[in-house]
Ligand binder design. Structure first.
Ligand code: NDP
Length: 417
């Protein structure tokens, strides 16, 4: 009998789990997992809720940002990310820590008009009414203005082929602002529809958050970069060279930025922020001059290594799921309850620390030496090793010709004989 998923969203939790159990022929042990991670109030967060999906959470340490110490909660499933962030931060701490800055924090939303026969005249009409339209925006979400935020600017861009984008800039205060902005945009779209006698195609936040940029910087005496037999000045030169390659080559730039996002996403998730919004904005910003490039740059004069990372960071400390998620709230507390701009700057510093650690490993011992030990640990656990067996299995795996699941299972079986 095939399971019936019709009106699945209307079923209660017990009915849903029963349907899935039948459809996927789950064992009682598998079905019990739904119960194990079930949080009733999470029905209010997503649709068709079944259970929670746990990810490991840890702390990155050693962060000094604008002379303040931070412990940084990170949620990630990837081994070595937290170790690398802490390691990068430790090196930077010895050089005085990170300096960070943020531009004014505004989010941008778009109202797109289509099929315009005279886009220039329509643009002029809208620009003439800009002040009134900003008032319409504020009236759609008045509490924002009461908090000191609100609509700030209207910009009209001709996109070609009869399309026009009306960009609304809003100071979203402590929130990420997507929903608030969308409410304001829809009100402004209605007013623009009446004004221009057109039907706007759509109104939605843009994730290209170029009015919410953050920058993290660090300056390190090259001696701090010494790694094994590699002298610090040489390591600095090689890091600068690796950075230059990420400016030239999209294959390298993509991986360079993935390493940065390892840290950024982990803090975004830990603080209840929308990491897809951050990801999409970051990658668009990486391609802002038409070529996709590394988001960070590293340069050296032979004495100092200077690193800099700038990217959009649309994060909030209220709104979205933050208030519903107790761990997200706890993580804000671990970070010292930062304001939204402070959180954005901490996240940028984590990205730069992550990048430094990865580049230093890459241009010296290679990424695998540090990384593989942690990967092997994951492999051993996946193969069923108990914590007590781990030290022996890891030692044997490091010497094994093949470091794969079958080999690991064989080693565990042999140990248990
Ligand atoms: P919310 O819809 O939760 O709105 C923010 C809330 O925070 C409001 O209820 C506001 O209260 C309250 N608030 C309390 N204090 C403050 C303060 N000091 N400053 C600002 N707001 C305050 O969240 P957002 O509008 O931030 O939207 C973020 C969510 O939208 C995320 O979950 C995201 O995933 C999602 N989203 C993302 C999109 C995208 O990225 N393209 C598109 C659509 C949604 P009050 O109402 O009284 O002002």
């Amino acid at each position: 009998m095939t399971a019936d998923f019709r009106h699945f969203y209307q079923k209660d939790w017990a009915e849903r789990t029963a349907i899935v159990t039948q459809a996927a022929q789950l064992t009682s042990v598998e079905t019990a997992l739904f119960k194990q991670y079930y949080v009733p109030k999470h029905h209010d967060i997503i649709e068709n809720y079944l259970t929670d999906y746990p990810l490991p959470m840890g702390l990155a340490v050693n962060f000094i940002i604008n002379d303040q110490p931070y412990i940084v909660p990170m949620v990630t499933e990837e081994p070595s990310v937290i170790a690398a962030a802490s390691n990068g931060a430790k090196i930077v701490k010895r050089g005085g820590g990170f300096q960070t800055t943020a531009t004014k924090r505004e989010m941008i939303g778009q109202i797109v008009l289509e099929q315009l026969t005279d886009p220039t005249a329509t643009a002029a009409l809208i620009e003439e009414q800009a002040a009134r339209l900003l008032t319409v925006a504020d009236k759609a979400h008045p509490s924002l203005k009461q908090r000191g935020g609100g609509a700030r600017q209207l910009r009209v861009r001709q996109l070609g082929q009869g399309y026009l984008s009306v960009d609304l800039y809003v100071d979203v205060q402590a929130a990420m602002g997507a929903n608030m902005l969308n409410t304001m945009l829809e009100a402004v779209a209605k007013a623009i529809g009446v004004l221009t006698k057109t039907n706007p195609l759509m109104s939605i936040l843009s994730n290209y958050a170029t009015a919410s940029l953050v920058t993290a910087k660090c300056e390190l005496p090259v001696a701090l970069l010494q790694a094994g037999r590699y002298d610090g000045q040489l390591v600095a030169q090689k890091i600068a060279a690796a950075s230059a390659v990420a400016q030239l080559d999209v294959y390298r730039a993509t991986t360079h930025n993935k390493g940065i996002m390892n840290g950024i996403d982990a803090v975004a998730i830990a603080t209840g922020n929308d990491w897809r919004a951050i990801e999409s904005g970051a990658h668009a910003y990486a391609a802002r001059d038409g070529q996709y490039r590394g988001l960070s740059t590293w340069t050296t004069d032979g004495t100092t290594l200077t690193g800099q990372l700038t990217l959009p960071m649309p994060v909030g400390v209220v709104g979205g799921s933050i208030k519903i998620n107790e761990l997200a709230q706890l993580n804000h507390k671990l970070l010292g309850n930062p304001t939204a701009p402070e959180l954005a700057q901490v996240i940028a510093a984590v990205g730069l620390a992550q990048n430094l650690a990865a580049l230093r490993a890459l241009v010296t011992t290679g990424i695998q030496q540090g990384h593989m030990h942690l990967q092997l640990k994951s492999l051993a656990l996946a193969a069923g090793a108990t914590p007590a067996e781990l030290p022996v299995i890891l030692q044997q795996l490091e010497q094994a010709t093949h470091q794969d699941l079958v080999t690991t299972q064989q080693l565990i079986a042999k140990l248990r004989q």
